[in-house]
Design a protein around this ligand. Structure first.
Ligand code: HEC
Ligand code: HEC
Length: 401
């Protein structure tokens, strides 16, 4: 459902990869390229080539031959049926193509990632904003898309040449050359740039931004919340109750409600002793069980000024809450297994003896004590907020009477 109907007609070249993405896909949107029909029809080839680029991006995203050894694709960790997060919800973080390796962080959705602004410092707010990855270390979808192929804990290609050899042998090598030119696979470095360009084009389609949850239907006045969902939404917004919208805003931005302001915070979440990253080969995690994720303050995001590094330690980007009900576990280290646990934690992190109480933050610096920790919500109010978040799952089917 798209609420932002352009003033002029749009010609839509549908590329026909709707529900075929995955058999358990509940995402209905189709990848589409919108074209202003005022353009000279003789230029339509331009849009045809955009459609081909998106199709190529899809092929690359789905291709499990592009890992070393073969067996893992982007979609393995960003599955459409799981809100484009990791379908293996039993583990806190994702297994690489080498089965004894795990990443350090809980896999986020790629759905809605196109709305994340490039990483930058907002002088007025004096805050870092945006960027891909939970510490914003890659500015754009293009920059991000190059990384998993060469990450030893993920797809594990040793270099560009290995990767390009696989692309050259693929069924879509011809399409690649149609889009980027006959010599596009000759120079491995440039070819990787093309790969990233095509994947990002695919990730910018509405397949990754369907906006068709119950929440969206309610916004469009096509259905109604239950009384409990309404209560949950009010508690979510109320500054003297959940205060969730302080960081997961419900105002329209970039034409949509995104449930994130893209800023960074340390919630003081506990370390996760069950994070499988703690137990992998010391070569990849020299700290073992003592590993503590410094997030934006780790120094891996080179755009963070040295002088500002200390005050970023322990902070992670505020995630969108769209599809959150189907993407457990929660938090950057996957320490929370249910939405109820998350809200209990916000509600009573600082209340000794209470159900969400925690005095063992993974990182003790820079914890936000102003906006969360002792919300004084009743058990019923906690459940109401959980039920509200369940309305954010895409693929809602309105009931017809
Ligand atoms: C082994 C699992 C795994 C594979 C394979 C994988 N990813 Fe990811 N992806 C992750 C994890 C974990 C993160 C977060 C990492 C971090 O913050 O340091 C992530 C983050 C992202 C993000 C940023 C989302 C955000 O909100 O910051 C995008 C976009 C993305 N991946 C796309 C891809 C693409 C494209 C591919 C294939 C080239 C891919 N991923 C392959 C696990 C995976
Ligand atoms: C001060 C800003 C802030 C406030 C207020 C806030 N959040 Fe968050 N939220 C965050 C940040 C930052 C994260 C990511 C933390 C991490 O990964 O360690 C997060 C993560 C979450 C997650 C986990 C998402 C996932 O995919 O792992 C849920 C669920 C959530 N918040 C719901 C809520 C609810 C419900 C409220 C109100 C009771 C709320 N938040 C209030 C900043 C905030």
């Amino acid at each position: 459902m798209n609420k932002t109907i352009p003033v002029f007609y749009t010609l839509i070249l549908t590329i026909g990869f709707s529900a075929t993405l995955s058999s358990n896909s509940n995402i209905q949107a189709r990848g589409k390229v919108e074209v202003d029909p005022r353009v000279d029809p003789r230029n339509l080839t331009k849009y045809e080539s955009q459609a081909k680029k998106i199709l190529l991006g899809k092929s690359l995203f789905m291709d499990s031959n592009l890992s070393e050894p073969a067996g893992q694709a982007c979609v393995s960790c960003h599955s459409f049926g799981a809100g484009s997060a990791d379908p293996d919800q039993a583990e806190a973080t994702s297994r690489g193509v080498n089965p004894d390796r795990f990443g350090s962080r809980n896999t986020p959705m790629t759905t809605y990632a196109r709305f994340t602004p490039e990483f930058h410092y907002d002088k007025e707010e004096q805050l870092y904003i945006g960027g891909q990855f939970l510490d914003g270390r890659e500015s754009s979808l293009e920059d991000q898309a190059k990384k998993p192929f060469f990450n030893e804990l993920e797809m594990n290609n040793p270099n560009e040449i290995t990767l390009i050899r696989k692309v050259r042998a693929s069924a879509y090598a011809g399409l690649f050359k149609q889009v980027y030119g006959d010599k596009a696979l000759d120079d491995p470095k440039k070819a990787v740039d093309h790969i990233a360009n095509a994947i990002a084009a695919f990730e910018r389609t509405d397949i990754f931004a369907p906006f068709n949850s119950k929440f969206d239907y309610v916004q469009a006045k096509k259905t109604q919340f239950t009384p409990q969902e309404t209560r949950g939404f009010e508690l979510f917004k109320a500054e003297d109750k959940g205060n969730c919208a302080a960081c997961h805003p419900v105002e329209v931005e970039q034409g949509q409600i995104l449930f994130t302001d893209f800023t960074y915070d340390n919630l003081g979440a506990p370390a996760n002793p069950n994070n499988p990253f703690n137990y992998i080969d010391k070569k990849f995690n020299s700290e073992g069980v003592n590993f503590a994720d410094k997030g934006l303050g780790s120094g891996e995001n080179k755009a963070v000024k040295r002088s500002k590094l200390a005050e970023q330690v322990g902070k992670f980007r505020v995630p969108s809450l769209r599809n959150v009900a189907i993407t457990p576990p929660y938090g950057h280290n996957g320490v929370f297994s249910s939405l109820k646990e998350v809200v209990d934690f916000y509600n009573s992190r600082d209340v000794k003896g209470a159900i969400g109480y925690s005095n063992k933050p993974e990182i003790a610096e820079n914890i936000n004590t102003e906006e969360l920790g002792d919300l004084k919500l009743t058990e019923q109010e906690v459940l109401d907020i959980v039920v509200f978040m369940q309305t954010l799952t895409d693929g809602y089917q309105p009931k017809h009477n």
